[in-house]
Design a protein around this ligand. Structure first.
Ligand code: UDX
Length: 437
């Protein structure tokens, strides 16, 4: 693999992972960020992002001299063969990407880019954005290429260094090849295509994952209706390699900073381009309906009558969108909490990743510093994030604190036998206690 000089603009979750990993595979990387305090901290290998392995890669890159951090994008791109744009591209009006951050950087670096440089769009952006960035850049001598990331939070380093595939979308084949070669060490299949196909591949991947999750959650409800066991059903279908077992675990719905944003952005693109995609609308609607259905189960079990939870205190275990992260963005746990609050419940929540209450949650719930404090005086307990240590709680002590001996386990995380020994009734998703025990 030929060592390349790489610039990465933006050191967020995608940019920092990209820069540190490209340095780790042998390239010379300069990362730039407008936040000078952040640049200073990164220069000391102080990484704020909760990503296993990332701090070590940053430290190694600094020590080897392959990775440096600067505050000035122009300085970063000056020597670069390849420039990655890892900038926020939030969904703007009507679903198009808001390219304000990209435009600002394009203006800043336009005259500093080397003639032979290639600019790479790493962020998830609507189809057609690569062309828009090329137009913003206004450098006909410089190719702009799409290279979407497929990183899961909590697994970003693993997913970058062991990708299922590398997707590169380029109108200029030589530029596309040059970007693909950056990943040669990773020995992953490369899909070299046009920009629109690469951009759409990213949306299609996240849509399919969301669809698979909505399928699993809907199937879980059907299992409850027929007293079947979702665990055995998804295991049974998952052995078929055309289906695959992953992403079939029922939960409180899917969330996070990507799947909701990307499915809604794709739906907007479909509506605007006059392409009917009922499966996409159904995937989104199923997620909302599934959360409503779970809340109705809690109401049915805890309401003193008239379908209200007024005066009912509930203990929530887990608020982040999935275990292993501190990210609350579009968390399904918060969606369930809001629906419970609408029904009048008083919510006390514990999440190991949250030491104090985020300001915008203070009207919704009270954060406690232990599961026991959340359970003390609560009518029932609701598990919403699959933190492994919830399995090992002192469930006898929890039973003594709860008014009604009921645990709604909306992640099918807990051991029903363990709860049964503590005289607690386990209420899972798509399976009954008898099956799970
Ligand atoms: C996702 C995609 O997986 C990743 O490829 C893409 O690059 C970015 O978006 P991430 O946002 O980190 O990654 O979340 P993911 O791990 O996919 O989980 C999404 C949601 O689905 C979470 O709320 C999670 O709890 C839920 N989930 C996941 C389930 O409910 N059941 C499962 O079996 C898997």
């Amino acid at each position: 693999m030929r060592e390349r000089r790489v610039a990465v603009i933006g050191t967020g979750y995608v940019g920092l992972t990209t820069g540190a990993c490209l340095a780790a595979v042998g390239h010379r990387v300069v990362c730039a960020d407008a936040d000078h305090r952040k640049v200073e901290r990164l220069g000391r290998a102080e990484v704020d992002i909760l990503e296993p392995g990332l701090p070590e890669l940053v430290r190694d890159g600094l020590d080897s001299g392959r990775l440096t951090f600067v505050g000035d994008s122009r300085a970063a791109v000056g020597e670069a063969d390849v420039v990655f744009l890892c900038l926020p591209t939030p969904m703007g009006v009507g679903g198009a990407a808001d390219l304000a951050a990209v435009e600002a950087v394009a203006d800043e670096v336009r005259s500093a880019l080397r003639r032979s440089a290639v600019v790479v769009n790493k962020s998830t952006v609507p189809v057609g954005t690569t062309e828009r960035v090329a137009a913003l850049l206004g450098r006909p001598d410089i190719a702009v290429v799409s290279n979407p990331e497929f990183l899961r939070e909590g697994h970003a380093v693993q997913d970058f260094l062991h990708p299922d595939r590398v997707v590169v979308g380029a109108a200029d084949q030589e530029a596309g090849q040059r970007v693909a070669e950056l990943y040669a060490e990773l020995d992953a299949p490369v899909v070299l295509t046009d920009p629109a196909s690469a951009e759409l591949t990213k949306y299609a991947a996240n849509f399919f994952l969301a669809m698979k999750l909505s399928f699993a959650n809907n199937l879980a409800t059907l299992c409850e209706r027929f007293d079947a066991d979702i665990h055995d059903v998804v295991t049974g279908i998952g052995h078929d390699p055309r289906i695959g077992r992953a992403f079939l675990d029922p939960g409180p719905g899917w969330g996070g900073s990507c799947l909701p944003k990307d499915t809604h952005a794709l739906l907007t693109v479909c509506e605007e381009s006059g392409v009917d995609f009922p499966l996409l609308r159904a995937t989104i609607d199923t997620n909302v309906e599934h959360q409503r259905r779970l809340v109705e189960r809690v109401v049915a079990g805890c309401s003193p009558g008239n379908g209200s939870l007024r005066g009912v205190r509930l203990a929530l275990l887990g608020l982040t969108f999935k275990a292993g992260t501190s990210d609350l963005r579009d968390s399904p746990a918060l969606a369930i909490a809001r629906l419970l609050k609408e029904r009048g419940a008083d919510l006390y929540a514990y999440d190991p990743a949250l030491s104090e209450s985020p300001p915008d949650l203070s009207d919704l719930l009270t954060i406690t510093d232990s599961p026991e404090r959340a359970a003390d005086g609560a009518r029932a307990c609701v598990v919403l994030t699959e933190w492994p240590h919830f399995r090992e709680l002192d469930w006898e002590a929890m039973a003594g604190l709860l008014e009604a001996p009921v645990v709604y386990d909306f992640r099918n995380l807990l051991d029903p036998l363990r709860l049964d020994r503590a005289a607690l009734s386990w209420e899972g998703i798509g399976r009954s206690y008898a099956m799970a025990g």
